[in-house]
Write a protein that binds this ligand. Structure first.
Ligand code: SAH
Length: 257
């Protein structure tokens, strides 16, 4: 089937299947397109045109998927929602981080270029467009205020969701699942404002910047990027992060005109 371009389409990118759990069923008027080993689901979500895709894990998967969304679907903006490890003691599992800045923490062409700088671009940090992250903040705040409607008292107890906080700031991306206090500590020493680590956000940011495309990166803290990071990871993503994504995106799209 050839792709029909819909104006104002939002691209929705996920790294892992568990992160998008439940979302596909809510997309109406679905058209499926298969290419580059991925399935692109085009349709409407709460009245807004979207195309949703499972990119896979890591910076290359995220960057190439972003390019496909831009060139084949002409998306007007891009959102990624998923999980991340906490890189700051103030962030607890279950908290939500919205990217204001993104950096590739494994980029290091020193001494030719300063550590973290994308060679020849003169920059290491990508700024997320404020309009979009402010809208994501509003949606997240509204979601947090009614969290009891989304989880049972047992789940709130089990996953300790009594005091969920929202944070906005620097997210670091790299092709590494960080599960070591020392590795995290070494990064934090040179990036004191780092809030969270994950594996895709800054790659999406770099491609979107090249195309002057608006993007938003939303992350639920799934682990503390230390030796306990892998414990119950899958269960948390499915039971907590996926319902967060549904709830926050619903608020976001309902507020959007
Ligand atoms: N265990 C998973 C692999 C997860 S990789 C599996 O077997 O399928 C981690 C994914 O979650 C990436 O998409 C990344 O963006 C995010 N993530 C969560 N915690 C992370 C951490 N501590 N370090 C790096 N990425 C993390």
């Amino acid at each position: 089937m050839s792709i029909s371009i819909k104006p104002n389409t939002t691209g929705l990118i996920f790294a892992m299947r568990e992160e998008q759990e439940g979302l596909q069923a809510l997309i109406t008027d679905q058209e499926l397109h298969h290419f580059a080993k991925r399935t692109f689901i085009q349709g409407n979500l709460w009245g807004h045109p979207v195309v949703m895709v499972l990119a896979g894990i890591g910076k290359v998967a995220a960057a190439s998927t972003t390019n496909l969304l831009i060139h084949h679907f002409h998306v007007a903006q891009l959102l990624l929602s998923g999980v991340a490890g906490a890189a700051d003691a103030r962030l607890k599992v279950g908290d939500i981080v919205i990217a204001q800045e993104l950096l590739q923490h494994d980029m290091d062409a020193s001494p030719l270029f300063p550590r973290f700088e994308i060679p020849l671009s003169g920059k290491s940090r990508f700024l997320a467009p404020p309009d979009l992250y402010l809208e994501l903040q509003n949606a997240t705040q509204a979601f947090i205020e009614e969290i009891q409607q989304h989880f049972s008292p047992q789940q709130i107890q089990e996953f300790q969701l009594q005091k969920v906080q929202m944070h906005t700031g620097l997210i670091g991306s790299g092709d590494q699942f960080i599960h070591d206090k020392q590795v995290l500590g070494n990064l934090k020493r040179v990036l004191p404002d780092l809030l969270a680590v994950e594996m895709e956000g800054a790659a999406i940011a770099q491609v979107c910047e090249e195309h002057a495309l608006a993007f938003g990166i939303l992350r639920t803290i799934s682990d503390s990027a230390d030796e306990t990071a892998h414990i119950d990871f899958q269960s948390f993503v499915k039971n907590v992060a996926a319902p967060y994504t549904l709830g926050i995106l619903k608020k976001y799209f309902e507020n959007k005109n």
